[in-house]
Write a protein that binds this ligand. Structure first.
Ligand code: THU
Length: 123
């Protein structure tokens, strides 16, 4: 199954009763492992966890450290782009020379980009 399909499946598990904006993410790691995650909201809104960071956290808990590719799925008319916090956390677990592939997908299509393009001049 493709990274995009795994992200789409993950979005089905979204807990997003407040925004009703379901997001799924699939992260591929250097050893080929894929971890997935979804957004998890809370009635105390600021506690919301994004799908990308859920997927990253799952991998870190397995001892993985090097991200090579990411897919993000939303059930919307346009693909969604990772928030700034998720871009910075993706950056923590990748190196610029790896050129992490980022696929932003929705039912009508995909946009292919890279982490370097989404987070230029990163810290
Ligand atoms: N969200 C994500 O899961 N990833 C992002 O990169 C941006 C936003 C979620 C958080 C919240 O549950 C919903 O989308 C609306 O902001």
């Amino acid at each position: 199954m493709s990274l995009t399909d795994l992200a789409r499946q993950a979005a089905e598990k979204s807990y997003s009763p407040y925004s009703e904006f379901a997001v799924g993410a699939a992260v591929e790691w250097a050893d080929g492992t894929v971890t997935t995650g979804t957004n998890v909201e809370n009635k105390s809104y600021g506690l919301t966890q994004c799908a990308e960071r859920s997927a990253i956290t799952a991998g870190i808990g397995q001892g993985l450290r090097e991200i090579t590719a990411v897919a993000v799925w939303v059930n919307e008319d346009q693909p969604a782009s990772p928030c700034g916090a998720c871009r910075q956390v993706l950056n923590e677990f990748s190196s610029p020379e790896d050129c992490v592939s980022v696929v932003l997908a929705c039912p009508s299509g995909e946009r292919n980009t890279t982490l370097a393009e989404l987070l230029p001049d990163s810290f």
